[in-house]
Ligand binder design. Structure first.
Ligand code: ZN
Length: 62
């Protein structure tokens, strides 16, 4: 039973991206972008675990 909380903390890793400046955060302390100040971050946790979109998120690299 004790291991449940520890396990969930590992699997509970969440990723967010700022739709405005595309900065990616892992477990942001504040739900706002620390770069541009946007108050809304989109959760991309599922996307981060998807191999197909892991390498080329937008097909537009620099
Ligand atoms: Zn931002």
């Amino acid at each position: 039973m004790r291991s449940d909380s520890q396990r969930s903390s590992v699997l509970g890793l969440r990723f967010f991206v700022c739709p405005r400046c595309e900065t990616v955060y892992a477990l942001p302390e504040e739900e706002r972008c620390q770069r541009c100040g946007d108050v809304h971050l989109d959760e991309i946790t599922r996307t981060m675990w998807d191999d197909s979109s892991f390498f080329s998120p937008d097909g537009n690299d620099d």
